[in-house]
Design a protein around this ligand. Structure first.
Ligand code: PEP
Ligand code: MN
Length: 337
């Protein structure tokens, strides 16, 4: 962190600032110029409130030169984080395909889709029992009954499951759920993130509609700092000035995030596109950009789905898409070797 001081700073105030920083284990290295003095701050500045410093009378500006996230930062953890869920391996160059309905609706729906996506090569099943919808009048999920059906799927079909959690009070119900998903609306639900940090369960952390990479990584930091190292980032489309699509898939986020962090990065082309016709192309773009996986919504009867039918692929279309993703992934892999 660098602090640029105003011309002729009051010596007592400067002394006060330096001793306040020293008390927090920060070494201060002043560089005195003819018209301006700058302070170089060395140490763990992630806990220093830069706004507090910026508000001082003697301070012109404060700039961070190190990222405020430590645990998620690739600089301190150069190797990719690899997360294992059953037979699935997420991160480290593999392609993880997560597929399934937006929500658990019935036993027949869940088992039919689970069998179909497994057959098409999916590694994990997604299906939410608890749905925080934009409208309180929309289908909110089957709740505990949905969790029971997911357990049944694991026994009968055998795919590990990903399901959405939006309140820490739901945690006891998720004891047998393999991967917890934090939806875009809850990316900054810090109480929830802290609670997930105390578990060992893999967490898929979706990017909020309007959040920056740094805000997203700071949310991941909440989980990691609590001791849970199993975080997967999921780009799901952001809000832009374009009103004709549900969101704009930020493909750029994939290479950028892969550089900034060691955490696996996956994409959700279904939430991004909002319409099933866009899903295969967006999924392929994500894998081509280097994503560690995709999460795709699949429904056996999309026109009658209780949640996100318009963006769901049929099992047949999903199988075709999954095949093309494997081909793209293998081309990228060959090039890197
Ligand atoms: C979902 O994956 O079903 C979902 C609700 O997505 P998001 O939180 O990204 O809107
Ligand atoms: Mn959905």
């Amino acid at each position: 962190m660098i602090v640029i001081l105003k011309n002729k700073p009051d010596p007592d105030q400067l002394e006060g600032l330096i001793s306040w920083l020293n008390a927090q284990d920060i070494d201060v290295h002043p560089t005195v110029g003819s018209s301006q003095t700058i302070l170089g701050l060395v140490g763990d500045t992630s806990r220093i409130d830069m706004n507090l410093i910026a508000a001082l009378d003697i301070v012109e500006a404060v700039k961070r030169v190190a990222e405020p996230y430590k645990n998620a930062n690739r600089k301190f953890h150069p190797d990719d984080t690899v997360i294992r869920v059953g037979d699935a391996v997420i991160g480290g160059g593999s392609l993880t395909v997560i597929a399934g309905p937006c929500a658990v609706e019935s036993e027949d729906q869940l088992m039919t889709v689970a069998k179909a996506v497994k057959e098409a090569g999916a590694n994990l099943l997604r299906a939410s029992a608890f749905k925080p919808r934009s409208s309180p009048y929309s289908f909110q999920g089957l709740g505990i009954e949905g969790i029971r059906l997911l357990m049944k799927e694991k026994e009968e079909v055998g795919l590990p499951v990903v399901s959405e959690i939006y309140d820490s009070s739901q945690l006891p119900l998720f004891a047998e759920i393999d991967v917890l998903m934090v939806g875009a609306k809850n990316m900054q639900n810090y109480a929830l993130l802290r609670a997930l940090g105390k578990t060992e369960k893999p967490v898929i952390l979706k990017r909020g509609f309007s959040n920056t990479y740094e805000e997203w990584l700071m949310s991941a930091e909440y989980i990691l700092a609590g001791g849970n190292k199993n975080v997967i980032l999921c780009e799901r489309g952001i809000r832009t000035f374009e009103p004709s699509v549900s969101g704009t898939l930020d493909v750029t986020s994939v290479p950028v995030l892969k550089g900034l962090t060691h955490l696996p990065v996956i994409i959700d082309p279904s939430s991004a596109g909002g319409k099933y016709t866009y899903v295969p192309a967006l999924a392929r773009a994500g894998v081509a950009a280097g994503a560690d996986g995709v999460m795709i919504e699949v429904h056996n009867d999309p026109t009658r789905a209780k949640c996100d039918g318009p963006q769901s692929l049929t099992p047949k279309k999903f199988a075709k898409t999954a095949e093309s993703l494997r081909r793209i992934h293998s081309i990228i892999h060959e090039e890197e070797m």
